[in-house]
Design a protein around this ligand. Structure first.
Ligand code: ATP
Length: 140
């Protein structure tokens, strides 16, 4: 079994996609170990996305991620990290609508920034992101 951090971003919540996303999660065989709603402030959003701090889109990313609450979940199953990444689809939701029309970002996202969901991209980032939101003891 493996754990990953899944997040419904502010546009996913304001678009009322939470129930639809959770149904896909459960139908795909994930166990939701823990779930919680957070309102990120600029400082915590900057820490979460620290690897992108030098990018031109960073200020706009922080504004987006703090524009409303996010809904975070610890998901568990075998190969949870790669399975969740496959379900959410490519970063750019506009491209996802063409190349991966059944992906989550194609369904609820808008563009390369407003892509409605997040998923950890490696075991290291999963451990970091799970402890960021839920504390060290939750990384599995
Ligand atoms: P996430 O880490 O959220 O799952 P990802 O791994 O698909 O997304 P990253 O390259 O890590 O994408 O970028 C993190 C987030 O920054 C993206 O999900 C998106 O919201 C935003 N972002 C990435 N690239 C761009 C861009 N070119 N313009 C605007 N925003 C972007």
């Amino acid at each position: 079994e493996e754990r990953t951090l899944a997040m419904i971003k502010p546009d996913g919540l304001s678009g009322n996609y939470t129930d639809q996303i959770k149904i896909i999660i459960l139908e795909s065989g994930f166990n939701i170990v823990s779930e919680k709603m957070f309102q990120l402030d600029a400082e915590s959003a900057a820490i979460f996305y620290a690897e992108h701090s030098g990018r031109s889109f960073f200020p706009s990313l922080i504004k987006y991620m703090t524009s409303g609450p996010v809904y975070t979940m610890i998901l568990e199953k075998s190969d949870a990290i790669s399975h969740w990444r496959a379900l959410i689809g490519p970063t750019d939701a506009r491209k996802a609508k063409v190349t991966h029309p059944n992906s989550m970002r194609a369904i609820c996202g808008s563009d390369s920034q407003r892509n409605c969901v997040h998923g950890s991209d490696s075991p290291q980032s999963a451990a970091r992101e799970i402890s960021f939101f839920f504390g060290e003891l939750s990384t599995g």
